[in-house]
Design a binder for this molecule. Sequence first.
Ligand SMILES: C[S@@+](CC[C@H](N)C(=O)[O-])C[C@H]1O[C@@H](n2cnc3c(N)ncnc32)[C@H](O)[C@@H]1O
Length: 389
Amino acid sequence: MERSEDRWRPGQVRDAILDVLGAAGTPLSVMEICERVAASAGPVPRSSIQSYLSLNTPGLFAREDRGVYRIAGQPDLPLPGAPTDDLVSRDPFRFGRSTMLHAEALDWLDKRPPRSVHAVVTDPPYGLFEYSPEQQRKLRDRRGGVWRLPPSFDGHRRSPLPRFTTLTPVQLEELERFFHEWGRRLRPRLVPGAHVFVASSPLLSFIVANALSRSGLERRGEIIRLTTTMRGGDRPKGAHDVFPEVSVMPRSNWEPWLLFREPLEGRVQDNLRKWRTGALRRPNKDKPFGDVIQSAPTRRTERDLAPHPSLKPQAFLRQIVRAALPLGEGVVLDPFAGSGSTLAAAEWVGYQSVGLENDVEYFDLARKAIPKLARYVPPTASRSATRGK
Ligand SMILES: C[S@@+](CC[C@H](N)C(=O)[O-])C[C@H]1O[C@@H](n2cnc3c(N)ncnc32)[C@H](O)[C@@H]1O
């Protein structure tokens, strides 16, 4: 009689174990490994899995605890355990299931194990240079630079906004190159079917979308965050009175979030079984995830918890972070984490997450902000994402 492992080529069981441990991103028990190998590649007796694990430990695998294994050489995969040289000056900060690192996004990506990220939710720098040390100094001194400081209104001081209309053709080319490079270096770290949500702006989204498509990511649409912004709508500068009935640009009432996916391995159902990714999680069983989300601007109370100039609101982030892992399993990465708001949203919905931030002041801000944002309860009207896995 043919035994179930006889149909496996040499090394195939070992590779299947590597695949499930790589996809899990955390150590797994022998029982969990058996179940996941069976779901993705077919049944293998527990005794065979056990002997592959024993044979290759130490070496390929490391024993984390009695009967619990991870891939060797990847402590705490993919949450980095020990400081590495891409950490600029601070130790990692951990809160619940989230890890925040003071790190350069592109360098960090190069050093991560392949196929260890299950989703990306991020709000990247746009002018690239609005987050350069020089422009950040100007912003912190309230001297403007590329940051527009909207006039105070009714006694309220408004948040600064980076100006995107001032970008030169050369800077736009740089932007394209940067996002192409980012996509190129991100892709090997993604598991097949991983979704990538990227906050954008109506003026620049076409450039970013083109760059990410060129990197090989598959475009899956765009999420419209319906929100009142302070962008556009102004009368001509210096000639307000002459042209009182004119707006130079439309007042923007939405924000595009580009949606991409790492190409699937097989059909959606195959990919879901093997990698736990490839689709989007529904808000509830009867309602598909939709591409228009009503979202109040980030409120003062939230800004006080996390004073970052580009803070996104929890009520919105929790919805997209939740949708990003269709089965609620895996790791969400925010490579441009700012105050750590994506990590806080992941903590709220019960997901593991990793955030990277290269500016030490924002990294320090994130350490304080993540625990507060993760507990933040928005006013009823904007509360939305279900909590818990
Ligand atoms: C638009 S902000 C994100 C803010 C975030 N949405 C929030 O709610 O706090 C982009 C962040 O990326 C950081 N950043 C820019 N370039 C980076 C890089 N190469 N690696 C890591 N972080 C970077 C900036 O310092 C900034 O805090």
